[in-house]
Design a binder for this molecule. Structure first.
Ligand code: HPA
Length: 281
């Protein structure tokens, strides 16, 4: 029997085409963590596309996560907002968790800003603090659940989180009058929160905050040659009280306005720098 030729483009090509059809080329994408979406809802929307239109992998909804890609204006800068990232605790593979990052790369995104909700482990941190990731400990990755498995191998991870963007984030936060911590994020698989012994272990190995996302996406983005910046919103102090996902989403929403204020200063600067480096092309 003759093979049938498919005329349907693959999702990466289809996604790049819908972005191109808007006549706008975003260079920066922001992935929203639990409860962080509402504060950015004021940014004018150019286009919205459902997650399932372009992603091979999907899973049930998690409260606090919408599932869509939105092209919005941050000031005058068009950016892509990603809502509804998958987590491996939903029972999907690490390749599925990072699939959207490859989609963004295909759509010519060159800077990925990841945000997440995290538990604070550093005793100096308080609920509501914001932390820019200086580094991460990818615990699932260390035992083999690494999105780069199967190649390409041996990514240099000395600077996963782009140093000059971290420096810019501190300047943007200071100019908005917002305290911004910088620390080490430990990724755990979840979906259960940590036992007291696990909490002590994570602090002992040098983590300042713990959460269930971000590290795999950062690795794939770096592998695609993107600059990466990531922020944690400290939604709870680990070990201080019993914890529910509802509390995490609620507290994430409280910090979101401050994160939005940092991003509104930072994104135009990053975009301007890209413009300069591309010689205005
Ligand atoms: N542990 C893991 N993930 C989290 C936490 C936590 O305490 N808070 C928000 N996400």
């Amino acid at each position: 029997m003759a093979a049938r030729l498919s005329t349907t483009p693959d999702p990466e090509t289809a996604f790049a085409a819908v972005i191109e059809a808007t006549g706008t080329q975003p260079r920066i994408a922001v992935t929203l963590g639990s409860g962080l979406g509402d504060a950015l809802a004021a940014w004018p929307v150019i286009g919205r596309w459902s997650w399932s239109s372009f992603m091979r992998s999907d899973a049930g909804d998690v409260p606090g996560h919408r599932r869509e890609f939105a092209l919005v204006n941050c000031g005058t800068v068009p950016i892509l907002l990603v809502s509804g990232r998958l987590h491996s605790y939903q029972g999907v593979s690490i390749a599925a968790v990072t699939e959207y990052v490859r989609l963004l790369h295909h759509a010519r995104i060159t800077t990925l800003i990841l945000t997440n909700a995290a538990g604070g482990l550093n005793p100096d941190y308080g609920v509501g603090d914001l932390m820019v990731l200086g580094d991460h400990i990818n615990l699932p990755g260390l035992i083999g659940h690494n999105p780069l498995r199967g190649g390409p191998n041996f990514l240099d991870c000395t600077h996963v989180y782009t140093p000059h963007l971290r420096a810019r984030a501190h300047i943007a936060a200071a100019s908005a009058g917002i305290v911004l911590r910088e620390g080490v994020y430990a990724m755990v698989g979840g979906p259960s929160y940590e036992t007291p012994a696990e909490q002590r272990f994570l602090r002992a190995i040098g983590a300042d905050a713990v959460g269930m996302s971000t590290a795999p996406e950062a690795l794939v983005a770096r592998c695609c040659g993107m600059d990466v910046l990531a922020f944690s919103s400290i939604t709870n102090i680990v070990g201080a009280e019993s914890l529910s996902h509802t509390d995490v989403v609620h507290q994430g929403a409280q910090s979101a306005k401050r994160l939005a204020a940092i991003l509104e200063r930072l994104i135009p600067e990053i975009d301007e720098e890209k413009e300069r480096n591309s010689g205005g092309a």
